[in-house]
Design a binder for this molecule. Structure first.
Ligand code: ACO
Length: 373
């Protein structure tokens, strides 16, 4: 590269933006060195028995024109879910050739910027209505209308299964939604903040967030965790299967994280949830054996920075035990992460600065370009 080009470009590129601080936030601290997750002054472990609505009230505090209590949010979401059902019914036939997450992307995109309901309520309410209707359509079942009197988690399960879920399942889903509600400047939240910074609006921002979440390196991992357990099949095959997968350079789904140098604290919360569900004991024991062997082999392969269990490993087991089809797991993740996306978008809009980093040009200068074709 010529000296002239060097002088035009910043000295150093950071391809994965590792260690780059791209925003100030009062919402969430992810301390990767010690495995700590704090939302607005509360440790994740302290929030694990809160309702999803209570965590929304915490995250939205001070960011919306009108402060809302947990009860007011629960009421507003119930009303909004009922209004959104007609839209789900009307658009479902257009989703038949799409995967569940693509279908959710389509339905969320149908929400209008001109909608007068506050957009953070609209987006959070829409996600479970759409996700449940999409899952049922794929199972050949008619969508179930929302019940405005229920909490968000209970109604989500009811719309999915068609009957009122038991308290243990509602509690488990609430804990799951709270556990994944926010997680710093992860790829989908960063995407949502970039879009928000252009003043494109909250709906466009969360649709962008969903598009980033969909990838297997981010929110697309939990379905493949179950695929991996199924592919391994038996106890005797655990070690050779993992050895062969790592030898061919495959990534073990549910392990590794950009920020955490230790175990993801969300994995432990969700492991507790799996236990509380008294799910299929054989399945859980098998998964734990796979986890132990994977951690041992990953530590051997990457001794300096061994990938640890991340949130997706136990997410897979929780959502399976709750009866969600595995191709819907990313959509269930989106239902929870909608909390973080909306809060970060509101925070970004209040901060007001367009996010516009630079790139380092490494191409040829005029006069040095090779002809195409
Ligand atoms: N299996 C095997 N090897 C792994 C894994 C894994 N799960 N994770 C990291 N590694 C290896 C990489 O191959 C790489 O090796 P190399 O240096 O020889 O190329 C090294 O560890 C570092 O990996 P990076 O990709 O640089 O680490 P990064 O911090 O970018 O990765 C990521 C984070 C993408 C999550 C990665 O660990 C991964 O692909 N995991 C599997 C997918 C997954 O579980 N995703 C969910 C993440 S949690 C969430 O987003 C909600």
């Amino acid at each position: 590269m010529t000296d002239h080009v060097k002088s035009l470009s910043p000295a150093q590129a950071a391809p994965g933006l590792d260690d780059v601080i791209a925003a100030e936030t009062g919402l969430c601290l992810v301390d990767g060195a010690v495995g700590r997750l704090v939302l607005r002054g509360y440790d994740l472990h302290a929030l694990a028995d809160w309702s999803f609505e209570a965590v929304l009230a915490l995250l939205w505090q001070g960011l919306t024109p009108a402060e809302m209590t947990e009860a007011e949010i629960r009421h507003a979401l119930g009303t909004a879910r009922c209004r959104l059902f007609a839209k789900a019914e009307a658009l479902l036939p257009a989703t038949d050739d799409l995967s569940p997450v693509e279908a959710l992307r389509l339905l969320l995109s149908s929400l209008a910027d001109a909608e007068r309901m506050p957009h953070h309520i609209l987006a959070v309410a829409a996600a479970p209505v759409f996700a449940a209707a999409i899952a049922r359509r794929r199972a050949g079942q008619a969508p179930v209308a929302p019940d405005a009197t229920l909490g968000h988690a209970a109604d989500f399960l009811r719309m999915l299964r068609g009957d009122l879920p038991g308290a243990a399942h509602v509690r488990a889903l609430d804990t799951y939604l709270v556990t994944v509600a926010d997680h710093g400047l992860n790829a989908s939240t960063f995407t949502a903040r970039v879009i928000a910074s252009t003043r494109a609006g909250l709906i466009s921002s969360v649709v962008g967030g969903l598009c980033a979440l969909k990838g297997p390196l981010h929110g697309g991992a939990p379905g493949p965790v179950l695929d991996m357990l199924d592919a391994i099949g038996s106890e005797a095959d655990i070690r050779p299967w993992i050895t062969a997968a790592l030898a061919r350079g495959a990534r073990l789904m549910g392990f590794g994280h950009r920020i955490y140098r230790v175990r993801d604290p969300r994995a432990d919360v969700l492991k507790g949830v799996v236990g509380s569900l008294r799910a299929d004991g054989t399945r859980i024991a098998f998964a734990e054996q796979v986890e132990a062997e994977a951690l041992a082999q990953l530590a051997e392969k990457k001794p300096l920075r061994p990938p640890e269990t991340n949130v997706e490993f136990y997410t897979a087991l929780v959502l399976e035990a709750l009866g969600f089809p595995r191709d819907s797991f990313t959509n269930v993740f989106a239902v929870g992460r909608m909390a973080g996306w909306t809060a970060h978008v509101l925070e970004q809009e209040a901060q007001g600065r367009l996010i516009r980093p630079q790139s380092r040009y490494v191409g040829p200068m005029p006069g040095h370009a090779s002809a195409a074709g």
